[in-house]
Design a protein around this ligand. Structure first.
Ligand SMILES: *[C@@H]1O[C@H](CO)[C@@H](O)[C@H](O)[C@H]1NC(C)=O
Ligand SMILES: *[C@@H]1O[C@H](CO)[C@@H](O)[C@H](O)[C@H]1NC(C)=O
Ligand SMILES: *[C@@H]1O[C@H](CO)[C@@H](O)[C@H](O)[C@H]1NC(C)=O
Ligand SMILES: *[C@@H]1O[C@H](CO)[C@@H](O)[C@H](O)[C@H]1NC(C)=O
Length: 504
C-alpha cells in the first residue's frame, strides 16, 4: 500500500492542502464493521440506490455521476432525508465526475460503486464468465478504479452484482474472486489508500450462505481474492411485518459470525404501497446490530415503481409518499447505537477456505481461481497509462437548481445543500440544523490527518498492521511543515473534544 512510504503520505497531505473542499473521512473495514477514519466510530450505511434514468441497473447505460446539476438537486434531497451513502450501478470511466463526487462529498454522502456496467465488455457474463474475463474487461475495471479512487467519499467498489443466480455457470464464483483479486492488487499497487472491494448478492435464498462463505473466506495462496464486504439484495419485509415474520431473524442467525461487514445492498419490497418502511427501526436496532445497515432501492421512480422521488424533468421533482415515510423512520434511528464500535465485531477473522463451508451440492466448492489474462500483470504493476483520474473540486453553488413539490403538491422552498465539515458524514436530522464540529481553519489540516490514519488503520487488518501504522504515522510527521500542522491541529481538536467531555 502506497501510504506506507514517505512520498505517499506527503503527496496525500499536499493534495488535501491544495483543495478547500470539505471532505468526509475515508472509511475502512475492520472485522465485520466499517470504521470512520480517525474517530474509530462504527459506520452504518443509511443509503439509497441511485440510478436515475433506468429502472434496473443492468439495462441502463447512463452515468448518473456525470451531471453536476442533477447531482446537486438529488444530493440536497438525500441530505434532507438523512442518507449517508449512495450506490451507483452504471459508470463510464472517461466522463468527468468531479462535480458530482464533490457535491456528494460536501453533503457528507459516501459512494458505493459498481465497476461493471451494462455495455458489452464491461461486465462478466454469468452464463459463460470465461468469455468475458479478458484484458479489455479488466482495463475497463481499472479505469473505473482510477476515475473514482481520488475521492475521499468513495466507500468501496462492488466487483460484481447478482452474478450468481439460477442461470449462472457453476464456476462463476471463482471468476468473482478473480476480479476481486485483480482489483485489490491494482489498488494496492496504484492507489494511495486502501479501498474495499465487495460483492452484491441476488435475493436467492438457496445460494446466499454459500456465496458469502465462498467469497469471504481466507485463501492463503490468493489473499487479495477475499471480498471486504458483502451486500445482499433483500425484499423479504413487505408492508407491516416483524423481525421473525419477515425472516430477518434468519439473517441474524446466518451472518451472526460474519468476519466482514454485511448489509442490504438493496431493500424495500413494494408489494404493499405506499412503502412505510417499518423495517427500518428493526434493521438499525439492537437485534440486527450484526448488520451494517442498508440501501433503499431506489431513489428515482421508474417503470418498476420503487422510487422515492419522481423526477418529471431536469428541474422538477415530486417527492413521493415513500420519501416522507422513509424520512420519518430514519428520524427514529439511535445514532449512539449505530456509531458504537464493538471489539468482538472488529476482531473477527475470516475462516480458511474449505469445501466444508459450502452446503449446496450444486455450488462451486473449489478455489482454483482463473489465471489472469495476458497483459494484466503489466497493467497492475505499472498502472494504466494516462487514465482519467477524478479530483475533488470546491462546491460553491449550493442552491436547489430544481422546483420541488411535496407529495401533496405543495411547493417546498428554501432547499439548499449544507456543506458539512470533514468530521461529519450526513445523518438523519443533521442538515437542517448544522453547526460544524471543528473550528474553521483547521478543517483541511484535520482532513489530512484523518486520511493518513485511515490508511494505517485499514492496513492493520492485515497482520503487519502495527508496524505499518507506525511507519505511516512517522512519515506524516516527518514530511515537512505542513504535516506537523496536521498533527498539532488534530491534537487541538482532540483536546477540545476531551474538554467537552470533562464539562459534561
Ligand atoms: C459461530 O461460531 C461459533 C463458535 O465458533 C459456532 O459454535 C457457531 O456454530 C457459529 N454459528 C454459525 C451460524 O456459523
Ligand atoms: C458485538 O458484536 C457481536 C458480533 O457481531 C454481537 O454478537 C454482539 O451482540 C455485539 N455486542 C453489542 C453490545 O452490540
Ligand atoms: C411521475 O410523473 C410522471 C410525469 O408527470 C407521471 O406521469 C407519473 O404518473 C408520476 N408517477 C408517480 C408514481 O407519481
Ligand atoms: C490455491 O489453493 C486452492 C485451495 O487449496 C487450490 O485449489 C488452488 O489450486 C491453489 N492455486 C494455486 C495457483 O496454487
Amino acid at each position: 500500500m502506497k501510504t506506507t512510504s514517505v512520498s505517499g503520505a506527503t503527496l496525500a497531505a499536499a493534495s488535501l492542502f491544495s483543495s478547500f473542499a470539505a471532505a468526509v473521512q475515508p472509511l475502512t473495514v475492520q472485522g465485520s464493521n466499517f470504521i470512520t477514519g480517525s474517530s474509530k466510530n462504527r459506520f452504518s450505511i443509511v443509503g439509497v440506490d441511485y440510478q436515475p434514468g433506468g429502472s434496473s441497473g443492468v439495462s441502463d447505460t447512463s452515468d448518473p455521476l456525470s451531471d453536476g446539476d442533477a447531482c446537486l438537486r438529488d444530493a440536497i434531497l438525500m441530505q434532507r432525508l438523512g442518507v449517508n451513502t449512495i450506490r451507483v450501478y452504471n459508470l463510464i470511466a472517461d466522463l468527468n465526475h468531479d462535480e458530482c463526487a464533490s457535491v456528494f462529498n460536501a453533503a457528507g454522502i459516501y459512494m458505493l460503486l459498481d465497476v461493471n456496467n451494462g455495455n458489452y465488455g464491461s461486465y462478466i457474463d454469468r452464463t459463460a464468465p470465461w468469455t468475458t474475463y479478458t484484458s479489455d474487461y479488466l482495463t475497463h475495471v481499472f479505469s473505473i478504479i482510477e476515475a473514482f479512487a481520488p475521492y475521499p467519499n468513495l466507500l468501496g467498489f462492488f466487483s460484481g452484482n447478482e452474478i450468481i443466480n439460477e442461470e449462472s455457470a457453476r464456476m462463476a464464483p471463482a471468476y468473482i474472486r478473480a476480479v476481486t483479486r485483480d482489483m485489490k492488487d491494482y489498488i494496492a499497487k496504484n492507489v494511495d489508500r486502501e479501498i474495499g472491494v465487495g460483492y452484491s448478492a441476488a435475493d436467492v435464498a438457496s445460494s446466499l450462505s454459500d456465496t458469502w462463505e465462498y467469497l469471504g473466506c481466507e485463501l492463503s495462496n490468493s489473499t487479495s481474492s477475499k471480498i471486504d464486504f458483502f451486500g445482499l439484495n433483500d425484499y423479504e419485509w413487505c408492508g407491516d411485518s416483524t423481525f421473525e415474520q419477515s425472516g430477518y431473524n434468519k439473517l441474524v442467525d446466518q451472518f451472526g459470525n460474519t468476519s466482514i461487514p454485511v448489509f442490504f445492498s438493496e431493500y424495500g419490497c413494494n408489494l404493499v404501497k405506499p412503502r412505510t418502511f417499518t423495517n427500518v427501526p428493526v434493521l438499525y436496532g439492537e437485534e440486527m446490530s450484526v448488520m451494517s445497515g442498508g440501501l433503499v432501492y431506489e431513489y428515482t421512480q421508474g417503470e418498476n415503481d420503487y422510487g422515492l422521488v419522481n423526477i418529471t424533468s431536469a428541474d422538477e421533482v415530486h417527492l413521493r409518499e415513500d420519501y416522507n415515510y422513509l424520512a420519518t423512520q430514519y428520524a427514529k434511528l439511535d445514532e449512539n447505537l449505530l456509531t458504537s464500535a464493538n471489539s468482538t465485531a472488529t476482531g473477527r477473522k475470516a475462516p480458511a477456505c474449505d469445501p466444508s463451508l459450502i452446503t449446496e451440492s450444486t455450488f462451486y466448492n473449489s478455489w482454483n481461481l482463473p489465471a489472469r489474462p495476458d497483459g494484466v500483470d503489466d497493467m497492475i504493476n505499472n498502472g494504466l497509462s494516462k487514465p482519467n483520474q477524478g479530483k475533488t473540486v470546491s462546491v460553491t453553488n449550493t442552491a436547489m437548481p430544481a422546483t420541488v413539490y411535496d407529495y401533496n403538491g405543495q411547493q417546498i422552498n428554501d432547499l439548499e445543500l449544507t456543506v458539512l465539515d470533514e468530521q461529519d458524514s450526513n445523518r438523519p436530522g443533521l442538515a437542517g440544523n448544522y453547526t460544524p464540529s471543528t473550528p474553521t481553519g483547521t478543517a483541511s489540516a484535520t482532513g489530512s490527518q484523518s486520511s493518513s490514519t485511515g490508511g494505517s488503520s485499514s492496513a492493520s487488518r492485515t497482520s503487519s498492521g502495527s508496524a505499518t501504522a507506525t511507519g505511516s504515522q512517522a512519515a506524516a510527521t516527518s514530511s515537512g511543515a505542513a504535516s506537523s500542522m496536521v498533527v498539532s491541529s488534530g491534537a487541538a481538536t482532540f483536546g477540545a473534544f476531551l474538554a467537552s467531555l470533562l464539562f459534561l
